[in-house]
Write a protein that binds this ligand. Structure first.
Ligand SMILES: Cc1ncc(C[n+]2csc(CCOP(=O)(O)OP(=O)(O)O)c2C)c(N)n1
Length: 571
């Protein structure tokens, strides 16, 4: 089957008999659970966040069935608390923790190298280099997990997760569930038990290091040439392309390190070069082993290592930054978020942002979102900024999926600690940023089945917020009045701006009419950053009628009435 790395990994897990799989979406890992949800034998879920996903999946392993967790790298940060102690308590049935890193920041807020997590958590690490390996390694990961009584980290990167390959697939093998045993010494991590468990973890590390030296997942490819390469992940294929004859030690089971194999390789090769993306993980370990190695210039710790960079890297050159040719990201045509940002910009408030499509509200000409650090850090940033700047107008904006993920606790904190100011929840009834996944407030599960719907305004009120307004996100006037009023007030207020994402509601209304004679060329309509509007000679406006979805935001902001609605989207 032609499969992406994510799909191949899901297929491999399916064939390995995985019974429970949990995740919160995040590029480039989302398709793993989307694929698994298509197999009726697997109990899958979008969990509300990664910590919850980790715990549900991990508990299923303790309950005796093979289970899997998947997230992007920053998602694993959210799950770090259970992850660190899961290492001590170990597993019952196999438990695989899939983490997808994003070198090059194709779609992320940082470029962290999650290989460190395996060292920090003392967990074995597998790193597939292509979709076929993703398929094979996940099956291997389940058996390693059971053999060594440990969760196993399986790390992908964007290139491996999203590239496609023909993968030879097989059939699912059902696993007899392990019998669940009450075992407080193993699963109740109070200090006395955890102390003993820690000693076991150290012994396990030694066993895993021996395994690393014998497993074929770490293999030596003899070759010729002055330089031998130690590598991992997709860099392996780039090396094969650029230096086809060179000897290579390819690490597939990359932590604990296979010290004997590394030492033997170093002895046999003339000069050893470590080729790894992002941080100097293998490089530092080799130096610790006292092996004289060469490695990439530190400037290459930033961004992806691409095939054409292999030779300059080996030549010891520093990175030459190329000007970006990437298209400027912009909110979709007709996106309801654009209305809110138009009014927030007008209010001149400082806006604490969050992560989602609406982060694009930060880009000029909207420039209406001023911070974005991690999921959930809008409500908390609104509070913190206001504590530092009590006289200023400060708002926070958060999407519906993000509110459920990690906004609710911040809101409770704000109410409890008597915070003031405005929070706008941009409720487009989906997790749009990652492609439109369901979440508790959409009222449907991962497979689209109806479930109890979380009512966001009820949650907000239950958190203790007194001023709660629900308004159509397309009602610019109502939004403007409410935002002005609530920012001027001296209480904590929440506005829920609601309208479905245009990826859900794809219906177009007619484009507005434009009377050039009335146009004063003020450029206000252009300042809402609509992809359907462009400036034409003389400061006039051109409407791309194919692109326009008829949201009429340009009509609502046009002072002289040169743009007029043909049909009202909110009607
Ligand atoms: C910890 C973490 N998990 C997952 C992601 C990936 N991600 C970014 S924004 C987002 C949710 C966006 O949904 P929502 O808040 O509803 O906003 P929308 O995109 O629909 O406007 C997700 C899942 C992330 N960046 N960080």
């Amino acid at each position: 089957m032609l499969l992406s790395g994510d799909e191949a990994l899901a297929r491999g897990a399916y064939e390995a008999g995985v019974k429970v799989a949990c995740a919160y979406p995040g590029t480039p890992s989302t398709e793993i659970l989307e694929t698994l949800s298509g197999y009726p034998e697997v109990d899958t879920q979008w969990s509300v966040n990664e910590k919850v996903a980790f715990e549900v999946a991990y508990a299923a392993s303790i309950g005796g069935v093979r289970s899997l967790y998947a997230s992007k790298h920053v998602g694993l940060n959210v799950a770090m608390d259970p992850l660190m102690t899961s290492s001590y308590a170990g597993v019952r049935a196999g438990f695989v923790v899939v983490v997808c890193d994003d070198p090059g920041l194709h779609s992320s807020q940082n470029e962290q190298d999650s290989r460190w997590v395996s060292m920090f958590g003392k967990l074995p690490l597998l790193e597939p280099a292509n979709p076929s390996e993703a398929y094979e390694f996940v099956r291997e990961a389940f058996s390693i997990s059971e053999k060594f009584d440990t969760p196993v980290l399986l790390r992908m990167t964007t290139r491996v997760a999203h590239s496609k390959e023909d993968v030879a697939i097989g059939r699912r093998v059902e696993h007899q569930p392990f019998e669940f045993k009450i075992d407080a010494a193993k699963y109740v991590m109070v200090p006395k038990n955890a102390y003993r468990a820690h000693a076991k973890v150290e012994a396990r590390q030694a066993d895993l290091a021996k395994f690393a030296d014998t497993t074929p997942l770490n293999h030596l490819e003899p070759g010729t040439g002055p330089v031998g390469f130690i590598t991992t992940g997709v860099s392996y294929y780039y090396l094969k392309q650029q230096f086809p004859e060179a000897p290579i030690l390819k690490l597939g089971f990359s932590y604990p390190f296979c010290d004997e194999k590394i030492a033997a390789f170093a002895k046999s090769a003339g000069e050893v070069f470590v080729m790894e993306e992002l941080d100097p993980v293998i490089e530092e370990h080799c130096r610790m082993l006292g092996i004289a190695i060469r490695a990439k210039h530190p400037s290459f710790r930033v961004g992806e290592l691409r095939p054409e960079l292999m030779r300059p890297i080996v030549a010891g050159e520093a990175k030459v930054e190329q000007p970006s040719t990437a298209r400027r990201p912009v909110l979709c045509r007709g996106c309801p978020h654009r209305f809110v940002f138009t009014m927030l910009r007008k209010s001149k408030a400082i806006v604490a942002g969050d992560i989602g499509c609406y982060t694009l509200g930060s880009a000029p000409p909207l420039s209406a979102l001023h911070t974005c650090i991690c999921m959930g850090a809008s409500i908390t940033f609104q509070e913190g900024l206001r504590r530092a700047l009590p006289g200023r107008k400060i708002a926070g904006v958060i999407g519906d999926s993000t509110f459920v993920h990690s906004g609710i606790t911040g809101l409770i904190n704000a109410v409890y600690n008597k915070a003031k100011g405005l929070i706008v929840i941009l409720d487009n009834s989906t997790t749009a940023m990652t492609g439109g996944q369901n979440h508790p407030a959409t009222g449907a599960t991962i497979t689209g089945k109806p479930t109890k719907k979380l009512i966001i305004e009820d949650v907000v009120r239950a958190c203790g917020v007194d001023n709660v307004d629900v308004v159509s996100a397309y009602d610019l006037k109502a939004l403007g009045t409410l935002i002005t009023d609530r920012l001027a007030g001296d209480a904590l207020s929440v506005i829920i701006a609601r309208a479905p994402c245009r990826l859900i509601d794809r219906d177009s209304r007619p484009a507005p009419a434009y009377d050039k004679d009335k146009c004063k060329t003020c450029g206000i309509c252009l300042s809402v950053d609509c992809p359907a509007l462009t400036e034409s000679p003389g400061g006039y406006v051109a409407i791309d009628r194919e692109t326009c979805m008829g949201c009429n935001l340009c009509v609502a902001v046009c002072p002289p009435g040169a743009l007029t609605r043909v049909e009202d989207i909110a009607s």
